[in-house]
Design a protein around this ligand. Sequence first.
Ligand SMILES: Cc1cc2nc3c(=O)[nH]c(=O)nc-3n(C[C@H](O)[C@H](O)[C@H](O)COP(=O)(O)OP(=O)(O)OC[C@H]3O[C@@H](n4cnc5c(N)ncnc54)[C@H](O)[C@@H]3O)c2cc1C
Length: 386
Amino acid sequence: MKSADVVIIGGGVIGASVAYHLAQRGSTNVIVLDRGKEPGEGSTGKATGGFRVQFSTEISVRLSLLSRDKLLRFKDEIGIDSGYRPYGYLFAALHENELHALRDAMTIQQNAGVREVQELTPDDIRRLNPAVNPEGIIGGTFSSLDGFIRPMNILLGYTEAAGRVGVKFEYGAECLGFTRQGEKITGVRTSNGSYTAEFFVNAAGAWAGVVAQQAGIEIPVHPHKRQVAVTYPTNLLPEEMPMTIFTDDGFHLRVRDGRILLLLPVDFHTADPFDTTFDESWLDRVVVRAHACIPCLREVTIDRANCWAGLYEMSPDKHQIVGLAPGLKNFFLVNGSSGHGVMHAPALGQLLSEIILDGRATTLDVRAIRPTRFAEGKPNAMSEFL
Ligand SMILES: Cc1cc2nc3c(=O)[nH]c(=O)nc-3n(C[C@H](O)[C@H](O)[C@H](O)COP(=O)(O)OP(=O)(O)OC[C@H]3O[C@@H](n4cnc5c(N)ncnc54)[C@H](O)[C@@H]3O)c2cc1C
């Protein structure tokens, strides 16, 4: 039986960030357990690397601003480039309700102190991304704080930095269940042996609901499959092109390492909710949409062998669930990022380390993402578009 002050279940970008931030505060007797063979086998390794402050609630904007501060310092502090490149996010609206939602969100962003966000006319959109088909576009927004990050650099950076000061990462260790005395978790049983600790953290991404059930509680986190279509290498569009998002159906694209990544969110109805096999039938839809939105994409071909699918970890209001698990005294949640977990990982690691070590988050007011809000009937207001 191994023992630590804190055991973290899940060594993705969020678990690694929590481990690093605990260690930075001097709490280095930490073990991170992950069932994968190596870092990045969960959703972090599947992320496309978008970063934005353009959200529609104050808490999400503030999580982005805190993360951005930390990403700007990442190389000096951690020793690896986080890949943060503020090439922007360009939202293009086709209908009045979408433009209203973007404007409302812009007000929330501005009230949280963001000055670098602007409303766009159709001409502005053509100037910022000349590849966009202007037909039907009535306006949009752009923020120059938004852009791109390197998910695996951030994950490996936190993992290595925490490891240098004594945090242990154990791979091939699948959480199978917990031992519990009343409201306290006393140990975790894994495929690699058992562990005791004073505190436990659920950082199991899309699988967090399963890990919570093993601890005897329910949390509303569900997997949602997302697919990415990839073109063969091309210099058709510049690497600096902003992430370009069409708010009517969420079709968006970016350029990464000389290939164009295309995403179109749809509901995949799979028998196994954790299924990540790539559904080829989706490609026809995304290609039709791509040609309509960005006509020059007719010149490129999809590299089917390199397309992939992964899982978002959805919460009912698309916001994180962060804090002590209801009904337990030493089991902490940092779950439900709903597709924004890489960009918010730097902030979430710091905030959860404060909650564990100080009893509450001191850097930000995190009441909006408290685990009890659903039971209280007070979820965050959801925007369909951002
Ligand atoms: C296609 C796609 C594109 C995305 N694009 C972006 C983006 O542009 N920007 C962004 O911010 N986010 C993006 N995301 C979302 C992002 O990937 C996630 O929000 C983020 O990776 C969550 O981090 P995590 O550490 O919680 O989860 P994960 O990286 O999934 O880590 C959880 C870990 O828990 C482990 N685990 C699970 N169950 C157990 C168990 N029982 N025992 C032991 N270990 C266990 C897994 O092996 C895994 O390594 C995208 C996701 C997908 C699928």
